[in-house]
Design a protein around this ligand. Structure first.
Ligand code: UDP
Length: 192
């Protein structure tokens, strides 16, 4: 189910398989961590062993870049579809609204996360947004309490890479959340 590119794992799931897996993960109370892999991250991981190990800790490494599709084809691999971080976020919001699951937006500048929330509700009117928190709050206890009180099924973390991946791995056990996805600048894109 995974292919290696210079030591970095990439999952060969399509959107449809990922969507099904993630809803099952929530229903079966499994914790999952989604990270978007692009050629830049693979190159960065060559110089940073800690980052390589961190990326390989994720449950689903989505192939975010045509470079990965081409490399897979050249290696005789089976990655067929590009899955970008923002499209995955949108697909998960759609699934959440269809299956009555809730989301939480953590990261970006104060108004940005709020505006991203409004945009997502415009796109998916039934979407349950359990909470929003900007990425410049320093108090880790406050962040943990806010998220645990909201109890979202899916937490999107927009702190930039690799900060968001470190944050997810460091906090996933203590948070009452099933699915974690690092989404980089996606809230800025949605709000703009
Ligand atoms: N960010 C944050 N807290 C910080 C540093 C950055 O919330 O301490 C946010 C920033 O406001 C932006 C996102 O992280 O919304 C980073 O976006 P960028 O496009 O740089 O991330 P990339 O997709 O390149 O990882």
């Amino acid at each position: 189910m995974k292919e290696k590119f210079l030591g970095v794992d990439v999952s060969n799931f399509t959107y449809d398989q990922l969507k099904n897996n993630i809803i099952s993960d929530i229903n079966e109370k499994r914790k999952s961590f989604i990270v978007a892999i692009n050629p830049e991250k693979i190159l960065q991981a060559q110089k940073d062993r800690g980052l390589l190990n961190l990326l390989n800790k994720a449950t689903y490494q989505i192939p975010d870049g045509v470079g990965i599709l081409i490399a897979s084809r050249l290696n005789g691999g089976s990655i067929k579809e590009r899955v970008t971080g923002i499209d995955m976020l949108l697909a998960l919001c759609e699934q959440a609204s269809l299956h009555d699951k809730s989301i939480f937006l953590y990261g970006a500048k104060p108004n940005v996360a709020e505006e991203a929330k409004d945009r997502l509700i415009e796109l998916y009117p039934n979407l349950r947004v359990a909470g929003v928190l900007d990425g410049y709050v320093k108090d880790q206890e406050q962040i943990k309490e806010t998220i645990n009180e909201a109890k979202p099924d899916i937490l999107f973390v927009a702190l930039g890479s690799p900060r968001q991946e470190h944050w997810i791995v460091d906090h996933m056990e203590e948070l009452d959340v099933s699915i974690f996805q690092g989404v980089g600048g996606s809230f800025d894109v949605l709000s703009g």
